[in-house]
Design a protein around this ligand. Structure first.
Ligand SMILES: C[S@@+](CC[C@H](N)C(=O)[O-])C[C@H]1O[C@@H](n2cnc3c(N)ncnc32)[C@H](O)[C@@H]1O
Length: 315
């Protein structure tokens, strides 16, 4: 397929995904109007839409369309063969953010909705919740976790770290963080909270977002590399660790960092893996000591249209 055909196929696919999300979000609005119960996998769409609309409005740079699309196609072409370089990522940082922020908020929120049905983790909720997203790009997965926690968990504080090998994401993560912490976020977060009140699982909380921060980490380098010193130092602090669309994309199973992180993560912690490929989940399942984790496959249903794996560390 040539670049132009790829561009057209991408735009068409994105339109369908956006339409489906808008339909779910609209059903949430209707439920609120009619004072009916809101479904959690539809609440995710509402939360993603209103939050991304707010974040975009605080954006300083709007990328232009044409070259951005080409940079994005180039990024996806490399990412699908696990050959992406920091240079290619750097050029795609803004268009990727525009393309995938809302989608991933929705997806990660929904992954947690389904996880909680299959493998409870509500006990993680008290006090400060430390969350890491590895290969976390613009921090979109972290925002999905944050909104889920705000709606359904009793945590008092949320601290998120986005680890990625390309530090060009750093400015975006810090912009997202300051936008969500600023007083101007109050209205949008209240909108999400008001919608969540109509869910059967709503848990009122005064969740404080302390910070979303960026740190480097390279899944293709080992745990002893200086680039990985922060993640290695802090891995046993995190309550939730996300790998969203990064394991297949880096062939992480061929390197030592991933198995090290799974071995060293905190007892009780929850790891969420999202990926297009079932083979990725199977490689992780082969990698872990089965008796140390409770595990469940996620997605592949009408409500949860993605593939994923959730692991809860038992010992
Ligand atoms: C498809 S994006 C996923 C971003 C985000 N997690 C999401 O779901 O939208 C893949 C991410 O992996 C990062 N990445 C690529 N190679 C990496 C490596 N060797 N180590 C860590 N991150 C890497 C990229 O910079 C990019 O942010």
């Amino acid at each position: 397929m040539g670049v132009n055909q790829r561009l057209q196929a991408r735009r068409h696919k994105n339109c369908l995904i956006d339409q489906e999300r808008s339909n779910r979000s609209e059903r949430v609005r209707l439920c609120i109007e009619e004072r009916k119960e809101v479904l959690d996998h539809e609440l995710s769409a509402f939360a993603a839409q209103v939050t991304w609309k707010f974040l975009k409005s605080t954006w300083e740079v709007e990328p232009g369309q044409k070259d951005d699309d080409k940079d994005l196609i180039d990024f996806f072409r490399h990412i699908m063969t696990a050959t992406v370089s920091q240079e290619v990522v750097s050029k795609a940082v803004l268009p990727y953010t525009m393309d995938k922020f809302e989608t991933r908020i929705d997806l990660m929120f929904n992954a947690l909705v389904q996880t909680e049905q299959l493998l409870s983790f509500s006990d993680l909720g008290n006090g400060t919740l430390h969350v890491a997203s590895v290969g976390g790009g613009p921090g979109n997965d972290l925002v999905g976790v944050y909104l889920y926690v705000k709606c359904f968990m009793a945590s008092s504080e949320f601290h998120g770290v986005c680890f990625d090998f390309c530090d060009s994401w750093g400015d975006i993560v810090s912009q997202v963080s300051s936008s969500l912490i600023s007083p101007s976020a109050f209205d949008v977060l209240e909108k999400v909270d008001n919608a969540a009140r109509w869910s059967a699982r709503y848990s009122p909380s005064n969740l404080l977002l302390s910070k979303l921060e960026f740190s480097v980490c390279d899944l293709k380098l080992g745990p002893h590399s200086s680039v990985n010193s922060n993640i290695v130092r802090d891995i046993d602090l995190f309550d939730i660790i996300c790998f969203s669309y990064v394991l297949f994309e880096t062939a992480a199973h061929e390197y030592t960092l991933l198995s090290y992180l799974l071995d060293q993560c905190k007892v009780g912690s929850l790891t969420i893996i999202l990926d297009l490929h079932t083979i990725t989940m199977n490689r992780v399942i082969d990698m872990i000591e089965a008796n140390r984790f409770q595990q469940t496959l996620l997605g592949s249903t009408k409500e949860f249209r993605f593939k994923g794996l959730a692991l809860r560390k038992l010992r």
